[in-house]
Design a protein around this ligand. Sequence first.
Ligand SMILES: Nc1ncnc2c1ncn2[C@@H]1O[C@H](COP(=O)(O)OP(=O)(O)OP(=O)(O)O)[C@@H](O)[C@H]1O
Length: 625
Amino acid sequence: MTPAGRRLLVGELRGRRRPLAVMAAWTLAEALQAALSVRLIAGALDGGFLVHRPLTGLGWLLAFGLVTVVGAFGARQVYPPLADIVEPLRDSLTHRVVDAALRRPAGRAARPDTAAVARLARQIETVRECLAGQLLIIRHFAVTLVFVLIGTASLSPALLPLVAGPPVLALTAFVLLLPRLAARQHELLHAEEELAARAADTFGALRDVVACGAVGRAGTDLDATVTRQLRARHRIAALAAGRRLTVAVGAHLPAALVLLAAPSLLRDHRLTAGQVVGALGYLTVSLEPALRTLVQGLSASGLRLSVAAGPPTRAGGQAGGPGRVGVGVRTLVQGLGPPGLRLSVAAERLAAATAHQPGPPPAPGPGTPPAPRPASAARRPRPPALELTDLAFAHQARAEPVLGGLTLTLAEGEHLAVVGPSGIGKSTLADLLAGLAEPTRGTVRLRGRPLARIAPGELPSLRVLIPQEAYVFTGTLRENLTQLRPAARTAQLESAAEQLGLTELLRRTGGLDAPLDPHLLSAGERQLVAATRAFLSPAALALLDEATSHLDPAAEAVVEEAFRARPGTLLVIAHRISSAERADRVLLLDTGGPVIGTPRELAAHSSGYRDLLGHWTAGLAAGER
Ligand SMILES: Nc1ncnc2c1ncn2[C@@H]1O[C@H](COP(=O)(O)OP(=O)(O)OP(=O)(O)O)[C@@H](O)[C@H]1O
């Protein structure tokens, strides 16, 4: 247990001396039964029924019944003081955690943590339940062991060495095993959290995964995480087998030794049949269940306690060394790391489903010669970069269409901003242009080619979509940035990083070839990586769907300026007014129908655009943007 954890628990328990003392007193009453019951049965046999004095035997049994009632009453009375210990502990922990959480400064969270309250309650419940369980288990075992030893010695001192040695040996082995079990438990939790985080990242950024043709890579990543979790589970299963051995050595071995020694001890009149039955009773009825409960309880609820309140794990935002068992108040306050969500099956299926999917053919590199054009093509005027004709889309045949017939042409090199109220269909438009959704009616043409006739594998070389939820995979920054242009040289990568404002991240993470852990990046940094990857792609059409929403306005301007300067056409679904105002033209999607014009024209003639400007400006004034 870490010093912080020990301090927390000791501090909490110190204030509860009285209930602890009451609990100890009732424990003694409960233990009286364990200590006397077998002795009384042996007395009934040896002093009563075996010597043909049934009334004496019944007297012993009556005493046995009384002791059992006292023991049961004692067992019942243990719970009120236990509640007096753990219930205030829960209140105290909740108070400390909430207090610390409220005082914590708002940082640049990697992503919003909406489940924090539920996790907080669960972690505290775990600590409370496990602490109560631990107190009961340890108290019960200690009392049982002492009274089993005293009871056995009172039956026959000759049995004591046979009964005392193995439990002590087993306990020592178990105590030595506990830290390794704890370490394995942490390892498993870590693997489960990593899997949950990776699955959430991948599923959350599925649009980006598909848009940048990284389905195979995402599947491989998930597969590796699933394998790590499986290995951790195997390791913990192997260690868990050691717990059964502990019970066998601690309780079954002494019973076997008593049975082996009994014939010679009976022959030498150093032992009676009743004493043999009594000793076996102590071992099988009292010691074995107490030891089994201790071993299972400590390695299950004890490790749960250590994990619930132990060091934070990587997915929780901090490195935590395995094997550090403890109730860290800092962890309770800060961490409350993501629960080990059991997504392994889903992730395994995804990995299996994507393992054989063919990826897109490699995008042409900078040095790739352009495809030969037919002689007649040289004479034809260059087609527009993007042409939408009567484009309509509905999610279902009888559903209200999201887009109802949009016609629009974008020239090569043009910069269009798309604006409109939430839910009007901006992302749907981006999906249609990226080929991720099929129009219900109308056509999309990229440089004159109908999108519907372009093979999916060719799409990444023609258009690139950067959605709000960016996909960054484990590997190096170089691998992430060259996903869409594998042949990009270091100088190109560095220049792109410079233009998009990624240099600081490059420096912090240790350069292009240093390992990159996506979970250590903020949402904005992930967007920067995705934007730089898209910037480097050979696609002439870049579609930014609120792709810079997690960046501040200055960083957003840097990214958009870089894309404006890049050869090709730019369509930005605007997140801020500044973004729309930078564009050559603005497409307003509104309930009254689409309107297009320069920012100035729309401000002058479109009441819908003016409404949006007002909304944005009010937001700015309120400090929202
Ligand atoms: N899979 C779906 N099935 C049915 N309706 C959907 C589905 N996905 C989106 N919609 C609906 O389609 C409409 C357009 O959604 P879309 O995400 O394109 O809007 P948006 O303008 O991008 O919104 P926002 O600015 O909030 O991102 C919304 O009303 C949305 O609820």
